[in-house]
Ligand binder design. Structure first.
Ligand code: ADP
Length: 397
């Protein structure tokens, strides 16, 4: 590789119908290229690629993940291709086998094949993406970065469900937790902003995006989190219910004439902010509707914030001491309104908002949105792609 070509890692996030693709400089975090392919697998698959603020849309020749990745690589310049040092894959589930990112080899692939039942919608798509990238870029090291890995440090007290023990021993039914890459990143970044070593801090990190979760992090290690066997447990999300009494399913199945799979599909796709508001899964739309007088939209925001505050308090209790609260994700980073409502419920923990700093999202105050006498509360933009790029370089060096 010539010295004037900046190194970059190809970061791939292959979902069931989309491929996110980014060339990330692992040193600076700069995106040389980023692209999103939507409706992968269908004839109207479309790719949008951005480079230096310019956007272009194109249609790949084929619709498989393989064809889409090939199409995206073809769109790179000679020098972008020359700078590639590895491929990092976001992988939804690593079961109990992966407590850290891993170089992908046949053994890793066969472990992942065995975990498909735990994430039947996402893991097959992740595996398709890995196999396609291996075929198209056979000379580059490939690394898997797992959403679950960071939470493997939870103790049985946090990860076991109070159900018959053989559900755990024979069927791996336990809490795994997700968004681990994001919680890990913002924990480390918040420690930097607080000028304290990560090993001396107990903090609650709150990722609020389309999916939402909170984590309790002690000395840099996750000790509890709100998501469970799947990303359905815990907080209210865009379309997911979060926690409900499981007996609701038994009660409703005969009344609605729906089987379990159909009801769980409703909990995943038609619940959360969308279900409560009846308007949208997108918080911005819901806030606008609430301001225009929709009581259902207002209630959706109230339930969402009530549950976030409750979860932060529960996570703080598991830590025994609270040194910081950190907000991240699209909602956590951008919605002063949600943060304001959540913080209003946390005075009991010594958490107090600085309204002006909150309104400016902590910009100009090293992320801090709390008052001087408060446990520090920070807004920290997450960057999962940068973590994936850095892990890839580290493991393939
Ligand atoms: P994903 O989890 O898919 O990565 P994001 O982290 O981008 O999603 O979060 C999406 C959510 O963030 C949506 O509910 C969106 O409305 C919300 N959001 C983004 N920007 C703002 C904003 N300025 N104000 C309020 N909510 C916002």
């Amino acid at each position: 590789m010539s010295t004037d070509v900046p190194p970059s890692v190809l970061v791939l996030n292959c979902g069931s119908s989309s491929v996110k693709f980014a060339l990330v400089d692992p040193n600076t975090g700069r995106r040389q290229v980023s692209a999103l392919a939507e409706r992968v697998g269908s004839p109207d698959c479309e790719v949008r690629l951005s480079r230096d603020g310019q956007h272009q849309t194109s249609t790949p020749a084929g619709t498989s993940p393989h064809a889409v990745i090939e199409h995206l690589l073809d769109a790179l310049t000679e020098s972008e291709r020359a700078g590639l040092v590895g491929v990092g894959h976001r992988v939804v589930h690593g079961g109990t086998r992966f407590a850290a990112s891993a170089v992908i080899d046949d053994d890793v692939l066969s472990v992942l094949d065995g975990l498909i039942d735990l994430a039947p919608l996402h893991l097959p798509a992740n595996l398709d993406g890995i196999r396609a990238a291996q075929a198209v870029l056979p000379d580059l090291g490939q690394v898997a970065v797992f959403d679950t890995a960071f939470h493997q440090s939870m103790s049985p007290a946090a990860y076991r469900y109070a159900v018959p023990a053989d559900w755990y021993h024979e069927h791996q039914v336990r809490r795994y937790g997700f968004h681990g890459t994001s919680h890990r990143y913002v924990n480390a970044r918040a420690a930097e902003l607080l000028d304290s070593p990560v090993e001396s801090l107990r903090m609650v990190t709150v990722h609020l995006g389309n999916g939402c979760s909170a984590a309790a992090i002690r000395d840099g290690r996750s000790v509890d989190t709100t998501m469970g066997l799947t990303p359905l447990e815990g907080l209210v999300m865009g379309t997911r219910s979060g926690d409900i009494d499981p007996a609701v399913l038994g009660y409703l199945a005969p009344r609605l004439g729906l089987d379990l799979a159909a009801l769980i599909n409703v909990l995943n796709t038609r619940s959360g902010l969308l279900g409560l508001s009846g308007i949208s899964n997108d918080l911005r739309t819901i806030i606008n509707a609430a301001q225009a007088g929709s009581a259902d939209a207002e209630l959706a925001i109230e339930v969402f914030c009530h549950r976030v505050a409750k979860a932060i308090a529960a996570m703080a209790a598991t830590l025994g001491r609270l040194d910081a609260v950190v907000f991240t994700g699209g909602i956590g980073e951008h919605s002063a309104e949600v943060r304001h409502r959540v913080l209003a419920g946390l005075a009991v923990l010594g958490v107090h908002e600085n309204p002006a700093a909150n309104a400016s999202h902590g910009k100009g105050s090293r992320g801090r949105i709390s008052s001087a006498n408060s446990v520090p509360v920070l807004v920290v933009p997450t960057d999962e792609e940068l973590v994936i790029a850095r892990d890839t370089v580290e493991l393939t060096r």
